[in-house]
Design a protein around this ligand. Structure first.
Ligand code: NAD
Length: 256
């Protein structure tokens, strides 16, 4: 056995969209494991609420307002996070939006453009801004949150599905490109999870969907995704790169 660390204690993680759902759970889980967490979200109040939860549990987190569709803001906040904590070891590209609409909807172009900006362009920009800091880390990790919608698809979700497939492509390509430097790049493809994004779906509809479509017959919880993110971020997960892991209760595995 070598001495590969199974802990993120003392490492710095930057999480986008950490004011709600999986981003918040990710912040809480990493902080509980002793990481320094940069909680970022374009909704400052929700990010502050996440930091309060982290602090109440005895963890370490600081808040930045960050709209990931704004390149200048990304560059500034990434720089500030690195300066505050003395580097960045782990980036979790989590912020995302989803809108249902048909291909012939008059608003299609506007939704497409916004979805590209938040769900795909932002990922490469955050990664590029963080790269100089990741290159100085002993255990550099990039984890992108994609979706099972990047592997299969649901009707009327084509901008979202396209961007999530793009995130999987970005993940694989950067894993190959940055692999020689020891930087791992992976993505998680959540299935149906109880978050702000799915809050408008009626409980009864959630139950029907989960029973029909998942192996575990239920929706997942943000914490169940955050733990997989944590596991990919461990220094000991140094030989895992370029993969897209469904965390979906068996949604992708199930035919009938
Ligand atoms: P959520 O709505 O609870 O959280 C999303 C967070 O992103 C919010 O705090 C929101 O303020 C933030 N955000 C939105 N636009 C932003 C922007 N421009 N800049 C910065 N922050 C922004 O949703 P969630 O389900 O926790 O989503 C997290 C990720 O998981 C997203 O990438 C989403 O696509 C993905 N996902 C969700 C599900 C699901 O079932 N909930 C399934 C698959 C993938």
């Amino acid at each position: 056995m070598t001495q590969l660390s199974r802990s993120v204690r003392g490492l710095t993680v930057l999480v986008t969209g950490a004011g709600s759902g999986m981003g918040r759970a990710t912040a809480e889980v990493f902080a509980a494991e002793g990481a320094h967490v940069a909680v970022t979200d374009y909704d400052l109040a929700s990010a502050q609420e996440t930091a309060k939860l982290v602090a109440a549990a005895g963890g370490s987190a600081e808040v930045w307002r960050l709209d990931v569709s704004d390149k200048a803001e990304i560059d500034r906040v990434v720089g500030e996070v690195a300066a505050r904590f003395g580097g960045i070891d782990i980036v979790v590209n989590n912020a995302g939006i989803a809108n249902f609409l048909k291909i012939d909807d008059p608003d299609y172009d506007a939704v497409w453009d916004r979805t590209v900006a938040v769900n795909l362009t932002a990922h490469q920009r955050v990664i590029r801004a963080a790269l100089p800091h990741l290159r100085r880390s002993a255990s550099p990790r990039i984890i992108n949150i994609a979706s099972v919608e990047g592997m299969g698809a649901t009707a009327q979700l084509s901008p979202y599905s396209s961007m999530k497939a793009g995130v999987i492509g970005l993940t694989r390509s950067l894993a190959v490109e940055l692999g020689p430097e020891g930087i791992t790049v992976n993505c998680i493809c959540p299935g149906p999870i109880m978050t702000g994004m799915t809050a408008d779906i009626e409980d009864a509809d959630k139950v029907v969907f989960a029973k029909r479509r998942t192996a575990l017959r239920r929706y997942g919880y943000p914490e169940e995704v955050a733990h997989v993110t944590l596991s990919l971020a461990l220094p000991a997960s140094s030989y895992v790169t370029g993969i897209a892991i469904p965390v979906d209760g068996g949604h992708m595995a199930r035919n009938a």
